[in-house]
Design a protein around this ligand. Structure first.
Ligand code: HEM
Length: 434
């Protein structure tokens, strides 16, 4: 179901989506909800934009955190890729419709992991519809190939709506209210739909959280039949990611000036995983070397899925600076170790805010990889560091996709770049923000 273009979710697609998002128990909960037999009540939202944060991407104080302050992203997520039905710039009626559809969500659901977090973003192709240009200093190029060894489909749809909640029934209901034929959302009347203005080009679903990948690993392309994904892992590859101190803050990624002040830029990759060799040919220490760094394995810094690390991934400046040496000594380099080289500004601040989650769309183990940053260039620089082309010169053992972090196991399928405008401009903005 997930990538199929359609106006709304058919019954069969709904069932498949519910299972993809939440497993069989979520399907039962969802079906009950759709029969209007409510489970736990969902907290309601607010009726006016003024009661909401000014940043659409302000999630951190609205989601769960672990004991170390690491963000626990909402367990169920949907990405709706949307195209406008007409050529040229959208008019006032369309803008009012989108605004009303999004306001319905705000009123229906508390803006939190228990209700719904959502954000609307727009592509460079969308802004090309207008005669006016985006501000010169806004770094939002069209998506492109970012390594010699990838052939992604480039996502150039007009808009991307991101829905996220700890409740599968909530993201599904919100999706139905925006693109299907539901007349109410959590008791609030639906007067306007996104599909009055947009068509749904692709619907991609996912999940993240301890236990969820292991629960879903059976009969999935990309995961060995032995079911090796650790029970407690939040991700298919067996480790936790997104430690607080290795993430940019929401403040840091926010645009400070210009018409879109309060907004940010978003890159979204979709990455297919093939984990047969990851689990079949590598032992735990080798996986730690390739995910974090060889020193992490040597010093036993990572236990289990990595929660032993606390609030940061344990990379020291020495591990980052001496990566060539590590490559020669151990014949491998770590994914995090490589990326960190480009992920600090001159003052030592982390540049990217990663918010990735897993997917079983089309019965393939994959990852949806949204990151937020002030400009897309920051993402591209980190991705270049991750390509690690330079490291193949350090030793013959490290090759373009072998012993080079996790590149052997991941394959980029899609890339898209978007502007996440501030809340007040989230409905079909113009390039000048007027
Ligand atoms: C299946 C795909 C991926 C998995 C399972 C994964 C997992 C991880 C893990 C476990 C870490 C170490 C803990 C942490 O700092 O979060 C990490 C770090 C990191 N990853 Fe990934 N990652 C994936 C893909 C990517 C991609 C495509 C990028 C894009 C450039 C990326 C960028 C980073 C960055 C920037 C760091 C932090 C390094 C630092 O600055 O300290 N990752 N990743």
């Amino acid at each position: 179901m997930p990538s199929s273009p359609d106006r709304g979710l058919s019954r069969r697609e709904f069932g498949k989506a519910a299972v993809a998002l939440g497993g069989a128990s979520a399907l039962t909960a969802c079906l009950d909800r759709f029969r209007n037999e409510p489970e736990e009540p969902v907290p309601s939202g607010v009726a006016s934009l003024e009661q909401l944060p000014t940043r659409q991407h302000a999630w951190r104080d609205r989601i769960r955190l672990d004991d170390h302050g690491n963000a626990l992203l909402p367990r169920h997520q949907i990405l709706l890729y949307l195209n406008l039905g007409v050529d040229g710039p959208p008019g006032t009626d369309a803008r009012n419709t989108v605004s009303a559809a999004l306001s319905t969500l705000d009123e229906a659901y508390e803006r939190s992991h228990e209700g719904l977090l959502h954000s609307m973003a727009y592509s460079p192709a969308y802004f090309d519809r207008f005669d006016a240009s985006l501000p010169d200093d806004l770094d939002l190029p069209p998506p492109r190939r970012l390594s010699a060894f990838e052939q992604p489909d480039l996502d150039t749809q007009d808009a991307l709506l991101h829905l996220a909640s700890d409740r599968a029934d909530v993201v599904l209901e919100a999706d139905e209210a925006l693109t299907g034929d539901r007349e109410t959302a959590n008791g609030v009347t639906v007067d306007a739909r996104l599909t009055d203005v947009f068509s749904v080009d692709a619907r991609r679903t996912g999940f993240v959280g301890a236990g969820m990948p292991a629960e879903r690993q059976g009969e999935l392309e990309g995961i060995p039949d032995s079911g090796p994904v650790p029970e407690k892992s939040p991700l298919f590859m067996g480790f936790q990611a997104g430690f607080r101190k290795n993430q940019a803050s929401e403040d840091y990624v926010t645009l400070n000036e210009g018409p879109f002040a309060g907004g940010t830029t978003k890159h979204v990759a979709n990455i297919r995983q093939r984990l047969d060799d990851w689990y079949g040919e590598q032992d735990f220490d080798e996986r730690v070397m390739e995910m974090f760094s060889p020193t992490h394995a040597e010093e036993g810094l990572v236990e289990g899925v990595g929660s032993s690390l606390g609030a940061d991934n344990g990379l020291t400046p020495a591990m980052i600076d001496n990566i060539d040496e590590a490559a020669r000594e151990f014949g491998r380099v770590g994914h995090a170790q490589k990326n960190a080289r480009a992920n600090r500004d001159p003052d030592g601040n982390v540049r990217l805010l990663r918010r990735h989650f897993e997917s079983t769309d089309d019965d393939i183990a994959s990852l949806h990889f949204p990151t937020l940053q002030r400009g897309i260039g920051a993402f591209e620089e980190v991705r270049k560091a991750m390509n690690g082309v330079d490291l193949t010169a350090a030793t013959p053992a490290v090759r373009q996709r072998v012993n080079n972090g996790i590149l052997e196991y991941i394959f980029v399928e899609h890339r898209g770049n978007f502007l996440v405008p501030p809340m007040a401009l989230r409905a079909l903005p113009t390039p000048t923000g007027e």
